[in-house]
Write a protein that binds this ligand. Structure first.
Ligand SMILES: [Zn+2]
Length: 90
């Protein structure tokens, strides 16, 4: 069964933590304050365990990467970048 990839995903995805970029599996969409753009993060990075900055930094979300993450990954939920950094709005 193939899962439909949201039409906006390719347009709005900005980056992915290096864990997510390197593997498939569960992912979170972390949205930027006041914007609809987001980064793909793994569970650890999305939980704030790395202090709001994805460990290893972000790699650019290329169309191929978005395609693979959306198709092979499991969407766990959404969070906000600002919340990961301590709850203050940037
Ligand atoms: Zn990560």
């Amino acid at each position: 069964m193939s899962i439909a990839i949201p039409r906006w995903a390719h347009r709005d995805a900005r980056g992915a933590c290096e864990h997510r970029a390197a593997a498939s599996g569960a992912y979170w969409r972390a949205f930027h304050p006041g914007q609809r753009t987001f980064d793909y993060l793994c569970q650890a990075c999305a939980s704030g365990a790395t202090g709001g900055e994805p460990a290893g930094g972000l790699v650019a979300a290329s169309p191929d990467l978005v395609e693979r993450l959306e198709r092979e990954g499991v969407w766990e939920g959404a969070t906000e970048i600002a919340r990961l950094k301590g709850g203050t709005e940037a």
